[in-house]
Design a protein around this ligand. Structure first.
Ligand code: ZN
Length: 132
């Protein structure tokens, strides 16, 4: 079951510069940068209350984040919903006709189980379902 919004993912060209911008904006310190090899991204998180902002920087031209920025520029990349059982939510969404990018969850930052749903299924919004 999907319980709440987990985080917003924001695609940035320069993680260091973006971290500084968000540090000033939110008056909050970022997490230590984490490299997620599967997606070829560096990730930094800001937590404000119950909400998290995830800054994503591609580390290679074939990273999904680098490709996104090339096509659409920097900005909001995805919205992530927290699930208590990502596997069963993926099955449910597949049965409902959503086009799944990941049919099986994989490991993202913070060792979360994550899976993406194709933005074509959801009015252009790349959607992640994740589980801690
Ligand atoms: Zn995310």
């Amino acid at each position: 079951m999907i319980n709440k919004i987990s985080h917003l993912g924001i695609a940035v060209k320069d993680l260091k510069a973006a971290s500084e911008t968000y540090r000033k904006l939110l008056q909050s310190e970022p997490s230590e940068p984490e490299f997620v090899s599967e997606q070829k991204v560096n990730v930094v998180k800001f937590t404000i209350g119950e909400s998290t902002i995830e800054l994503l920087e591609g580390t290679s031209p074939d990273s999904p984040i680098s490709k996104f920025i090339e096509k659409r520029g920097e900005g909001i990349h995805h919205i992530a919903y927290e699930s208590d059982d990502v596997k069963s939510d993926l099955k449910r969404l597949g049965d409902e006709g959503f086009e799944l990018i990941n049919k099986e969850p994989r490991v993202g930052s913070d060792n979360m189980l994550i899976a993406f749903v194709n933005p074509k299924s959801i009015g252009g919004v790349l959607t992640e379902v994740c589980q801690h």
